[in-house]
Design a protein around this ligand. Structure first.
Ligand code: MTE
Ligand code: MO
Length: 154
């Protein structure tokens, strides 16, 4: 599937409620479907990114927060074919974002992470567990996907 074959951007009308109570993450790569619990993700190497802000269209800017979790790049390198070029991060309420491998690499020491912790405590489901944090995004939180339920790697 080509990178540009993409849905129009979402509206900035954030959903405040989790679509379900189930935080299980499915990764689809190489025609394989893998399922991970947040407890399992916590056993993988973790990155902490400080000074993150959520520029929410719903209730203004909050932060700074320190988010901690698994690097998206690390997950893709572990579970995808070496030739992967981009991935989609999709939530249970059908919110989604698409990220290129080269952009993930360029984030360096402020990586995109699947966040499990905020300010040293577990992220709650209402706060988005498992939540994608893209520290360098500047588009009013369109990439800060809450309730990530699926990652498709291409
Ligand atoms: N799953 C999901 N994630 C989402 C959204 C959403 O509707 N569903 N809205 C996005 C937008 S546009 C904003 S502004 C922020 C709001 O984040 P907050 O609820 O933590 O303020 O979540 C982002 N992530
Ligand atoms: Mo937003």
């Amino acid at each position: 599937m080509p990178y540009n074959d993409w849905n129009p951007p979402h509206s900035h009308d954030p959903n405040p409620e989790p679509p379900s109570d189930d935080p299980t993450l499915t990764i689809i790569a190489n025609d394989q479907t893998l399922r991970f619990t947040p407890q399992y993700l916590a056993t993988l190497p973790q990155a902490e990114v400080r000074d993150c802000y959520i520029v929410s269209t719903g209730h203004g800017t909050s932060g700074p927060f320190a988010f901690k979790g698994v690097r998206l790049l690390e997950l893709a390198i572990r579970y995808a074919k070496s030739t992967w070029t981009f991935l989609d991060v999709i939530s249970g309420d059908a919110f989604r974002t698409r990220l290129r491998r080269e952009d993930l690499v360029a984030m360096g020491d402020r990586p995109a992470i699947l966040s499990l912790e905020i300010d040293g405590r577990p992220l709650e489901r209402i706060e988005g567990l498992v939540r994608l944090i893209v520290p360098n995004e500047s588009d009013d939180a369109l990439r800060q996907v809450k309730w990530v339920s699926e990652i498709r790697i291409y």
